[in-house]
Unconditional design. Structure first.
Length: 186
C-alpha cells in the first residue's frame, strides 16, 4: 500500500503550538506531511506553487476554518476532483445547505460568514439560518457556525417569513434553495 502524502490546507500557523505539534505528529505517523508556503495570499505565483505541492500528494487535511478561505476551498475542490482522501479537523456543518445556496445564489459560505451588508449576502445568511433552524440547530449553534452574534441570527430568523411573504425576489430565491434541498434529500 502506498504511503500517504498529506497536504495540510488552511492556516496551521493559527493553531496554538501544542495543538500544531500534536496534529503534525499524528499526520506524520500516516506519512509525509506537506505544508503550504502561502497562507491565503493573493500572490498568484505563490498560489500556483502551493497547488503544485498539493497535487504531488494523495491526501489533504482541512484545518478548522478552511471554509472561510478562498485558497483552502480551492485546494479542497482540487483534492476532491483528484479523488484524494479528505480529512477534516472539524467536520463541516450543513454542506447540503451551503451547496444549495452557492448553486442558487452564487454565494459561497465564506461570504455568508462575512459581515457584509450587501442585500444578497444578507438574504443568503437569512436562508442559511432558516434551513439550519429547520435541521434542528439552535440560534447559538448557527451564530457560532457563521461567526455572527446570536442577536443577528435571531433577527434573520424573525424576518425570514416577512421577507418571504412580501419580497418576491427573496421568495423566488428561497424557493429555489428549498427545492434544490428537497431534491437532494430524495
Amino acid at each position: 500500500m502506498e504511503r500517504a502524502k498529506v497536504y495540510i490546507s488552511s492556516n496551521i500557523a493559527s493553531l496554538n503550538q501544542e495543538k500544531r505539534r500534536d496534529l503534525l505528529q499524528r499526520l506524520q505517523a500516516q506519512g509525509e506531511v506537506i505544508e503550504p508556503e502561502a497562507i491565503d495570499t493573493d500572490s498568484e505565483k505563490q498560489r500556483k506553487a502551493d497547488i503544485l505541492r498539493l497535487i504531488s500528494c494523495n491526501r489533504i487535511f482541512m484545518v478548522t476554518g478552511w471554509e472561510l478561505s478562498d485558497k483552502a476551498t480551492l485546494e479542497r475542490d482540487i483534492a476532491k476532483g483528484l479523488n484524494f482522501g479528505i480529512e477534516y479537523e472539524t467536520e463541516p456543518q450543513h454542506p447540503e445547505i451551503k451547496n444549495a445556496i452557492k448553486a442558487v445564489m452564487g454565494v459561497p459560505f465564506r461570504v455568508i460568514a462575512e459581515d457584509s451588508r450587501n442585500r444578497w449576502h444578507v438574504y443568503a445568511r437569512m436562508i442559511y439560518a432558516h434551513h439550519c433552524k429547520k435541521d434542528g440547530d439552535n440560534t447559538q449553534q448557527i451564530a457560532i457556525e457563521i461567526k455572527h452574534d446570536g442577536s443577528s441570527i435571531s433577527y434573520y430568523l424573525r424576518h425570514y417569513n416577512t421577507e418571504y411573504k412580501y419580497n418576491r425576489e427573496f421568495r423566488k430565491t428561497a424557493e429555489k434553495v428549498a427545492t434544490l434541498l428537497s431534491t437532494k434529500l430524495k
